[in-house]
Design a protein around this ligand. Structure first.
Ligand SMILES: [Zn+2]
Length: 204
């Protein structure tokens, strides 16, 4: 039998406390519940059962090919506390590829509708709208009048989402960050200064 993922078992919810971006009202924490998927690998090379946790919080148990599965599951139960301890030390990023897949279509619906509204208000037209999984950018606008937005926008306050949308739509008129550009932004989003500052919190 070769190396490879044989099966995945899903175990108890794993609560994680995550600090939310600082707001004017103070600091808040969210308790997020994770379902842990344990990958179980059977390996002809493995001499014993071992557990590995990677930076994406993936827990993998490797066991010798002929090792009984129920003993592997027992092993996980025994190591539960150790696993949770290890997971707690890994920086928690909820925006995984899996999270993106789960929310992409919803993000497309919400963001498209909002972009259409603002484009109409601002009297602008654009080509294509894409939803992306980005780490550093909330949105972008190309010279071909295509708009890209991060799916994470839907997790922001709606006024911040609106600001990002207005910002990118304004680039349809001014492909730069000149005074003229900011004048357009401020016409539709007078509080853009505050919004920019708050967005920077989210970027950390
Ligand atoms: Zn810009």
């Amino acid at each position: 039998m070769g190396e490879g993922v044989e099966f995945i078992i899903t175990k108890t919810f794993h609560p994680v406390q995550q600090k939310l971006p600082t707001t004017q009202e103070g600091n808040f924490y969210a308790i997020l519940f994770y379902m842990l998927n344990y990958r179980i690998k059977k390996s002809s090379k493995a001499k014993r059962v071992s557990i590995r946790i990677d930076q994406n919080r993936q827990v993998t148990l490797t066991m010798p090919a002929l090792f009984p599965e129920y003993l592997a599951k027992q092993f996980i139960d025994q190591k539960q506390a150790w696993i949770e301890e290890k997971l707690a030390t890994i920086p928690n990023n909820i925006y995984t590829q899996e999270h993106y897949k789960q929310h992409k279509e919803k993000a497309r619906r919400i963001i498209s509708a909002r972009v259409q509204d603002w484009a109409q208000i601002m009297g602008l037209s654009y080509n294509q709208l894409s939803i992306r999984h980005t780490n550093t950018r909330w949105g972008s606008c190309s010279s071909k009048r295509n708009l890209n937005f991060s799916y994470k926008l839907i997790f922001l306050d709606s006024e911040l989402m609106d600001y990002v949308i207005i910002h990118e739509l304004s680039h349809l008129v001014e492909m730069n960050h000149s005074k003229r550009f900011w004048n357009i932004v401020s016409t539709y989003c007078p509080d853009y200064h505050d919004h920019r500052a708050r967005l920077r919190n989210y970027e950390k």
